[in-house]
Ligand binder design. Structure first.
Ligand code: A5A
Ligand code: ZN
Length: 483
């Protein structure tokens, strides 16, 4: 009995809608505003744990959590011209308060570079104040015109973590982008989510940035999803917002900034990337319920009582271990139905307890990731379970990485690249001359978007030629069909 991942892969889009609804994670589509969904209790627990991991990583690297107002006055949003150009078409506006027309239109924040920069101009005075690293976790609003998708393309992004930093030099901001990449690597590694890191091409960078670095993953259907971005903002916001600081020699200079963000997309990826035909599979380090205990009904009341007592012994052990568990002792529901529900919800370990376990003083554990069953002596449980959690985590992480890597391919020529994108999907890598016009043509000819170029140095043979114009290639471009 192997793990079946047919439906998960081939009908991924429907699979995802099915899992989030059937597992009572997220209610989407019934809420009467397009692009907005509701976190249900089980989903909220997953979200909460994901955010705990993220907060800890940020707090431990010198970031300070803040909270800015949701509304941004129009003149602030318009102050940096590239930024507003990029976001203009996506902004929701508040124009009335009660019966009154507002003097100044107020934007629902699409992101917070502008209003935070405005405040930073009051807070930052000296090089001694720098670097400064803030973050907030809030809802943002973007009137997305591409097809909206639950968690993946929302109009209210309810789990938007945006970090904003200020520095005394270009180089320090550059270094900060590197730190952001490290933080996100740790975050995704913890969740077992594989990724590639690319410097986005000029034509696809964040509105107002000098450059953008993005994390992309490959979803089960072979399309890529941008799951995080880090931007070097240069002095693009500090000049119009007049964030100036005094240097040691008492001269004044405009500061340098970065920003980086992740969203609900990370949770969508977590739910999707480890899945199979039975539902999602959550790594034990993040699962709100790590172990579900299912008492198997026996014939007599006396026997049921013995099973129940044994269950109490097991839960005592789990409590001592600090395991997050649930006993599913609903009498009206058959065990088979319970297995189905907890498998769907991705609980990584199931413990079934029947008379046999009581007699033999054993524990039967079922792994959600491999669907294997393991029987161990009761007194080994405390020792075995933590190591089993680790094994499951590692298996999920490795399986996801293996799958992702097998979906990154090199193409020999444009035709080959086109074929890969159409038939095999995933990411295709091609040598590129680095010229913008040529890059845009490559996108058109291959029928895919450019994710960008590797952030580390690429070693190419002396005579490697651009896949399209045949001039000398300077780097590798990654292309994919994207969400
Ligand atoms: N202030 C910076 C950090 C910023 O806004 N960057 S960003 O526009 O790239 O967004 C950060 C991340 O949020 C993206 O990498 C993407 O993973 C996610 N995101 C953006 N728009 C989204 C949407 N409509 N729905 C869900 N997630 C979205
Ligand atoms: Zn070229």
């Amino acid at each position: 009995m192997g793990v079946n991942r047919q439906k998960w892969r081939e009908e991924y889009s429907r699979w995802f809608d099915w899992v989030i609804e059937e597992a009572e994670i997220y209610d989407y589509g019934r809420y009467p505003v397009k692009g907005m969904g509701v976190w249900r209790p089980y989903g909220f627990q997953i979200r909460r744990r994901v955010l705990e991991v993220l907060r800890e990583l940020l707090d431990n690297s010198g970031h300070e959590e803040i909270l800015l107002p949701l509304l941004i006055p129009e003149d602030l949003l318009r102050r940096e011209s590239e930024h507003v150009k990029g976001f203009e078409a996506e902004v929701y506006w508040v124009t009335r308060g009660g019966d009154e027309e507002l003097d100044v239109k107020l934007a629902l924040r699409p992101t917070s570079e502008t209003n935070l920069s405005y405040m930073e101009s009051f807070w930052i005075k000296s090089y001694r104040d720098l670097p400064k690293k803030f973050y907030q976790i809030v809802s943002i609003f973007r009137y997305e015109t591409k097809a909206t998708r639950p968690m993946i393309r929302l109009r209210e992004v309810t789990t938007f973590k945006e970090a904003h930093t200020v520095h005394d030099s270009f180089e320090d901001a550059d270094r900060q982008v590197g730190e952001a990449i490290d933080v996100y690597k740790k975050f995704f590694d913890y969740l077992g989510i594989p990724y590639v890191i690319s410097r986005r091409p000029e034509w696809d960078k964040f509105a107002g940035a000098l450059y953008t670095v993005a994390f992309d993953t490959i979803m089960p259907d072979g399309k890529t999803l941008q799951i995080g971005t880090a931007h070097h903002l240069g002095q693009n916001f500090t000049i119009p917002f007049e964030i100036r600081f005094q240097l040691p020699d008492e001269t004044l200079d405009y500061a340098w900034q970065t920003s980086y963000g992740v969203s609900d997309r990370v949770i969508a990826t977590l739910i999707s990337i480890h899945g199979d035909d039975r539902g999602t599979i959550l790594p034990p380090n993040i699962a709100p319920i790590q172990v579900v205990i299912i008492p198997l009904p026996a014939k007599t009341e006396e026997e049921n009582r013995r099973v129940k007592n044994y269950v109490s012994l097991v839960t005592e052990t789990l409590e001592k271990l600090g395991v997050r568990f649930r006993v599913d002792d609903r009498e009206e529901v058959r065990p088979g139905r319970k297995f189905y529900e907890w498998e769907l919800r991705g609980v990584p370990i199931r413990i079934e307890i029947g008379l046999r376990e009581v007699h033999d003083k054993t524990i039967t554990l079922a792994r959600r990731d491999t669907l294997e069953k393991i029987t161990i002596p009761f007194d080994k449980l405390g020792e075995y379970l933590p190591s089993l959690f680790k094994q499951v985590e590692e298996n999920l992480r490795e399986r996801a990485w293996r799958w992702m890597k097998s979906n990154i391919r090199r193409a020999a020529d444009i035709e080959d690249a086109k074929k890969i994108v159409e038939e095999e999907k995933g990411i295709v890598e091609v040598p590129w001359c680095g010229v913008v016009e040529c890059g845009i043509k490559i996108e058109e000819e291959i029928g895919a978007k450019m994710l960008g170029t590797p952030i580390d140095d690429v070693k190419l043979g002396e005579d490697t030629k651009c896949i399209r114009c045949s001039k000398k290639a300077v780097t590798i471009a990654r292309l994919a069909r994207q969400y």
